[in-house]
Design a protein around this ligand. Structure first.
Ligand SMILES: [Zn+2]
Length: 482
């Protein structure tokens, strides 16, 4: 099944909510690649296949420049029609072929505040759609009980489950872009309210990936950063989202969190001219790499704020299978402009550090839950560039706990006050009599994949987004996904 045909508004809504295309799968065709389930053929940007990268870059640049002109026109034309001061959001950059990302905005809530500037269309438990009988600019509390969905004083009905016991959602589709808010924030796309038991529900925003990215790129990058860094971020964030969508289990109703557990998503108010342009300029482009069998596929395109000069591999950080595109690299001082390139020392009393490790162990059902007071901490293993990738914690009973660098950082940061957070696992450790000292810290975040401060530096140095990405992900190629 493809997404090629144009679908009417309710046809889109009436399709199975998960059925927005087959699972994303890249299928190599000699020097071309396509993603099954999407319509467009593929453009590759791969210096090993196209030795004339400058020519290719120029081709891409010209194409993107045309896209930028069209975007500016798209923004300018409505500006003529709408009076100055109108707060209508810019038109969506997406096409009908853009895959849909399912963002979980709220998890397990017992109510949500819904604002409707214009009465939206809604559908309960997959029955026929209707228009909500509400005045303009209505704000009401949505909840669910034994009698079904309750919107303010109005009962929308709907059984919480179908005969098979599956929770059926309430669906809301805004009459016009940006006219429905969830807890005060307007989002593109449409909404599902999925019961999760105990009169609680998830709020899920089904939004095409490019509309989603418009407020991810702005939230994940600093304002004022170079447009080429923004474009690189748009491609990486698109790849990350599509990978998450591809690997979501069939029973799961959503693909990504709306925060740092996936990517930070702010909705329409968070969109900026820079993020909209970066998404439009790179629409459909993702980063991919050959797997062990030589099949070119998208991968989990991790990124973090600052690598501190040495990145770590996805395999080391997250105990995942080794992916060459996510290998560790030494970039020396490329991202030294980051305020977290150097940090520390951070001193934490052993009793306080023990409290955090025990809490970490309890939350994750790990052996640290039984830990006695920490006696010492050592770096157990470093990567080839000298960045720690495994730590050894020994308690006063002599018990030994070996943690990967990221596990160690998560443990140190569990229940931690902001003043003693470990910004990264790229740090040296000194075990004093009553405290653990973290010194010579570098970087911010896990340090896997693209470093955003490195990306900004490379953009300042004149690199295009294609080269910024290929520098961050060795062996990778750029492909058109839709
Ligand atoms: Zn860096």
């Amino acid at each position: 099944m493809t997404n090629c045909g144009r679908l009417g508004r309710w046809e889109r809504l009436l399709r199975p909510m998960r059925g927005d295309g087959d699972p994303v799968e890249l299928i190599p065709r000699s020097d071309r690649v396509l993603i099954r389930g999407f319509c467009a053929p593929v453009v590759l940007f791969d210096p090993t296949i196209f030795p004339g990268t400058d020519a290719m870059a120029r081709t891409l640049f010209l194409r993107y420049r045309v896209g930028l002109v069209l975007l500016l026109l798209a923004i300018a034309v409505p500006a003529v029609w709408y009076p100055i001061g109108c707060s209508s959001p810019p038109p969506a950059t997406a096409t009908e072929s853009s895959p849909v990302i399912r963002v979980r905005l709220l998890a397990g809530v017992d109510q949500a505040t819904i604002g409707c500037a214009i009465p939206p269309n809604y559908r309960v438990a997959r029955k026929a759609p209707a228009t909500l009988n509400s005045p303009k600019n209505a704000v009401f509390t949505l909840a669910i009980g034994a009698d079904g969905w309750q919107a303010g004083n109005a009962r929308l009905g709907g059984a919480p489950t179908d005969p098979a016991g599956t929770a059926l959602p309430l669906e809301i589709e805004p009459a016009e872009l940006g006219t429905v808010t969830i807890n005060g924030i307007a989002y593109r796309g449409r909404f599902r309210f999925v019961p999760v038991g105990g009169n609680k529900f998830d709020v899920i925003n089904d939004v095409d990936v490019d509309s989603y990215l418009a407020s991810v790129v702005s939230r994940e990058m600093l304002p004022g950063w170079h447009e080429e860094a923004y474009r690189a971020q748009a491609i990486i964030a698109r790849t990350y989202a599509l990978y998450e969508k591809q690997t979501t289990g069939a029973e799961k109703q959503w693909d990504v969190y709306a925060d740092t557990r996936s990517q930070v998503y702010g909705g329409i108010p968070a969109e900026t001219a820079g993020s909209l342009a970066a998404v439009a300029d790179t629409a459909g482009i993702v980063v991919a790499a050959a797997d062990a069998e030589g099949r070119v596929k998208i991968f989990k395109a991790y990124f973090s704020a600052c690598c501190g000069g040495v990145s770590q591999s996805g395999a080391d950080a997250f105990s995942e299978s080794y992916v060459p595109a996510l290998s560790d690299q030494n970039v020396y001082a490329a991202c030294k402009a980051s305020p977290r390139f150097n940090w520390g020392p951070i001193d934490i009393p052993k009793t306080e550090l023990t409290r955090r490790f025990v809490l970490f162990g309890q939350k994750r059902n790990r052996p640290e839950a039984t830990m006695a007071t920490i006696a010492r901490v050592d770096i157990q293993q470093q990567n080839r560039w000298g960045r720690p990738i495994r730590f050894l914690v020994i308690d006063t009973r002599g018990n030994r706990f070996s943690l990967s660098g990221e596990e160690f950082r998560w443990a140190v940061n569990t229940g931690a006050p902001e003043s003693s957070v470990l910004y990264s696992s790229f740090v040296k450790v000194i075990s004093d009599s009553d405290k653990i000292r973290f010194v010579e810290g570098h970087g911010w975040g896990h340090g896997v994949g693209m470093c955003q401060w490195c990306a900004e530096k490379r953009a300042e140095d004149g690199l295009g987004h294609e080269h910024i990405i290929l520098a961050a992900y060795p062996t990778a190629v750029l492909v058109r996904a839709y």
